[in-house]
Design a protein around this ligand. Structure first.
Ligand code: ZN
Length: 114
């Protein structure tokens, strides 16, 4: 599990609102929570994480959440993958999606599947 300090989380929250795609996204009027609901309805639920390919992540966690692949948040099930939370966070950071995202850290947690 990646344990971000409160300071780091605060920085992430701020960067989330400064993302260069933020205004573009606003114009699209896409409700992200609604989008995730739509994706989870139509995208086949998997047991394995599509990022690390395992049932459990390195911390033994099995819960999967929807991770956007390109960061464009299109209504396209092929643009989403099921991933462990830890893999999701690493993926977003490695691909530079974190700063462009309009979803803050708290909201991401809400998107985790039961
Ligand atoms: Zn994983």
């Amino acid at each position: 599990m990646v344990n971000f300090s409160e300071e780091t989380k605060e920085k992430m929250r701020h960067s989330a609102h400064r993302g260069k795609n933020h205004h573009k996204w606003k114009g699209d009027k896409v409700n992200v929570d609604g989008l995730h609901q739509w994706i989870s309805r139509y995208k086949q639920k998997l047991d394995k994480c599509e990022i690390c390919g395992s049932l459990q992540d390195k911390n033994g966690k099995t819960g999967l959440e929807l991770s956007n692949i390109t960061g464009n948040y299109e209504r396209n099930i092929n643009d989403f993958q099921w991933a462990h939370h830890s893999c999701h966070v690493n993926y977003d950071i490695e691909n530079g999606l974190w700063g462009n995202s309009h979803i803050d850290y708290k909201k991401r947690r809400c998107l985790m599947s039961p």
